[in-house]
Structures are given as C-alpha cells and as structure tokens.
Design a protein around this ligand. Sequence first.
Ligand code: PMP
Length: 357
Amino acid sequence: LPPQTSRVPLRPAVAALPAYVPGARLAPGSSAFKLSSNENPYPPPAAVVAAVVDAAADTNRYPDMYATDLTEALATDLGVDASQVVVGNGSVAVLAHILSAVVDAGDEVVYPWRSFEAYPIAVAVAGGTSARVPVTQDGRLDLPAMAAAISDRTRVVLVCTPNNPTGPVVHAGELATFLASVPGDVLVVLDEAYLEFVRDPQAPDGLAVLAAHPNVVLLRTLSKAYGLAGLRVGYAVAEPALAAGVRAVSTPFGVSHVAQRAALAALSVKDELLERVEHLVSRRERLVEGLRDQGWDLPETQANFVWFPLGGPTAELAAGASAAGLLVRPFAGEGIRVSVGEEEATEAFLKVAAGWR
Ligand code: PMP
C-alpha cells in the first residue's frame, strides 16, 4: 500500500515504527522450499490435526479466556505452579503484554542488536525507548555492554538466547555475572523461542535462573520446535505476581479454542515432536559443517537457522537462492538467515552456497 497520511494523527512513536518484514511466502503451487521464517518443516502430527478438527465444532463459543487446561499442562510439563504461566497468541504477543505491564512512557528497554526485529516495534508501541547494544563481531550478545547500558530509566532488558538472527546462546556463567549486576527491580526477559534446538552444555537452564532471580521472565513458544506457528501459541513463565500483571493486560480471549486444543495435543505427543527436533539439529550440524568445509566463516548457531553476515552481497545471494527454489530471509545490507528445513533444501542450499565461494 502507498504511504498515506492518516486524518487522525497517529502517535508519533507509531508513525515512526520500523516495518516488520515477514519472511517471503511461497506462491500458491510453488515447489520452492520456505527457509525464510524459522518454521518447522514437518507438518503437524495426526493428533494435532484431529484436535483442530474436533475443536472447530465449538467456534461459536468464546475460548477459555485464561487457557486453563493448557496453562496447567504447560506448568506440569515445566514443573512450576500454574500461577507462573501466562499463555498468549504467540510469544511475540506475550512479549507485548509483558512490556505493557511494566514499561511506562519514556522508560528504557535495553536489548541486543541485531536481534529479533519485533523488539524495537514492541518497545515503541509500549511507549518505551530503545537502548540497543550491538552484538559482538561473532554474533554473540555483549552482556557486559548490556549491563553497562542499564540506566535509572531502564525497566526491562531483553536477552535473546539463541539470538535471532545470529544464532549463538548466552552461557550460564556470563548470564549469572550479568544478572548479579542488574538491579532487582529491572525485568530481564530471557527470550528462549529456540530453546529446544540448543545443544550447548554451557547454555543456561532458564527455570533454574528464574528460581534464583524473581526479576527474570522466560518467554517461550510452540511455534518452532512444536510446529504450531500457524496457530499462534506462546507463553511466559514468571513469578506469580508478575504473571498476574501480564495476564491482566493480555488481550481477552486472545488464544483461540482451536489453538488451545492443538497445543494440548502437541504437548501430548511431545516425545514425537522432540524426536523431529533431533533430526533438525543433526541437519543443522550437517549444514554448518558443510558450509564451514566450503570455507564460510559463520557464527555459531544453536537455533534452527544459520546466519550469513554477508554485508553488501546479501541481496545477490538471496536472489541466487531464490532462483534455486529456496526462499531465505535477507536483512538488507547485513546478511541472510537460512532456516533449517527439509533435507533436500539443506542439500540444495549447500550447492547454492558452494557456487558463491
Ligand atoms: N522470539 C524470537 C527470538 C523469535 O525469533 C520469534 C519468532 N520469529 C518469536 C519470539 C515469536 O514467535 P511466536 O510469536 O511465533 O511465538
């Protein structure tokens, strides 16, 4: 759509929002592989499809506003109390709710950059001010610099681990040092969207971190490892009082009945889904090894994607991949992010990358 001037003036922060550029979509009937949104390439298991079909019969009714069964199932799975879990329509919505529960006009939110592109938007919409801290040369979060960026106005720090789009995790030791320096009334959001793909033994145990630090909230999703991106289910785990605040500002009935039932079904076949994640992790390792053998210098990745910090030739490589039937995610002038998808897609991408060496 062409830019238009609204007759009713938009809030200046909204008028100035950066665009959220979604990963390229497949054209109808296309045989290309979609590696542009860090999705799970496996279609949902039969139990999930059956739950969706079954739940469709109740769509004349509002869903359970607090997703009670799902909240309890998640709490049981995590070994926490249900009062600590808040479900929302995608973890991106849960993040928006966390920020609107905590951030007042002009408050600062510290986060790494480059990181998840929803962060600057969510912060501005909540009325906050962004304090971005560059990631290191090798795509890692610079936790000492993030600690140094905390001011009297800082209310929240976002820690994306693994970091989207660069890939590395923070290590438990550096996170402990960081948390020791964060004032107890500053909220630290550990965005663990890609948690299930992490194999680095140095990665933190989010639940243990939360147990030791009540100013931490874990942000998780069923979009990636659990393959429910299209149904929008994410959740936060926090101390009960904070969780209650997040629940209070959440969109009423935000998670559909269909999504709640599908998420419950996905949890009931968790082992099967995590076995798929194992395959995706080995595919990631093969992809990374293959690329390193070709001579590419890539940051470490613990997620279901690989980051190419290409700079200038980003658009060209993305176009080359697209011509080979692979939709990847270019970040103009910075690099491309390639999701770990189907086996054939991995092989095809290795060929495209080899052509670039
Ligand atoms: N956090 C990070 C780091 C992400 O990359 C994503 C998905 N791109 C999300 C949160 C949001 O996922 P969802 O809203 O589907 O739960």
